[in-house]
Design a protein around this ligand. Structure first.
Ligand code: SF4
Length: 240
């Protein structure tokens, strides 16, 4: 029986948090589009969110734990999976030390209440210092600067992109990262809007990037000289 419905959700793949309009017939996803009425993303969506439909219906998607055996993959119960994982973690750490177990947590973790509440305590109980996340790949310096300057690694200053008249971007490519750590979906159009209202977008980056293409000005400094440039700016600032 056809029972086509539309529901509205937030994309959980990255921190831009785009609003999604999902049309489905019972458990079959028919389409995923950007929600034009979402106040933050205003209809923007990237290919990753469109592909959620493919992920959802992928015939290889795991819906139950499986175990590799001599004769191939076998479905096992959650209880058996938990027991096996607990036993293996214990024996690996006993043999090779606590740090022999590492973890990697990706972006969607922060959109999941269970993982947010229990991921960190779980890793604490494991006692390993081998903890990796999307943060360790691309934003740890940002967290470190916030810790040093404001006392907490999550006190992240967010640029007021929609009201600023001058945006300086150093070594970042937010047109592609969708404004990671800025929660700014459709970053390219937000940058264009600065120019439209008479503002300036300036990019400092050795590379030509999608962001530098949009900027009013692009300064190609030599790779590795960003600290020198910043020291020079501080020096000039001190003169006034
Ligand atoms: S930018 Fe893409 S992945 Fe990130 S929240 Fe929006 S649709 Fe999802």
């Amino acid at each position: 029986m056809s029972n086509i419905q539309t529901h509205y959700r937030t994309c959980n793949l990255c921190e831009a948090m785009c609003g999604l309009e999902i049309q489905h017939n019972q458990t079959e996803v028919l389409s995923i589009k950007g929600d034009k009425d979402d106040v933050l993303s205003k209809g923007h969506i990237c290919p990753k969110a469109v592909a959620l439909q493919d992920l959802y219906h992928d015939k290889d998607r795991l819906k139950t734990p499986i175990k590799r055996t001599a004769t191939g993959w076998e479905k096992i119960s959650w209880e058996a999976a938990y027991d096996e994982v607990a036993e293996k973690l214990r024996s690996i750490q006993k043999k090779y030390g606590k740090n022999a177990v590492g973890s990697y947590r990706g972006n969607p973790t922060v959109h999941n209440i269970g993982l947010m509440a229990f991921g960190a305590p779980f890793m604490q109980s494991i006692g390993s210092n081998q903890k990796y996340t999307a943060t360790s790949v691309d934003q740890l310096p940002h967290h470190f600067a916030s810790l040093m300057m404001f006392g907490h690694y999550l006190m992240l200053p967010i640029p007021d992109i929609d009201r600023t008249d001058f945006m300086l971007i150093m070594g970042g490519n937010p047109a592609v990262s969708n404004g990671s750590i800025m929660t700014a979906p459709d970053f390219s159009n937000r940058l264009k809007a600065i120019k439209k209202r008479g503002g300036q977008v300036v990019v400092i980056d050795p590379r030509f990037t999608e962001t530098s293409k949009i900027a009013n000005q692009h300064f190609h400094i030599k790779p590795g000289t960003d600290a020198l440039l910043l020291l020079a700016l501080i020096n000039i600032g001190n003169l006034y």
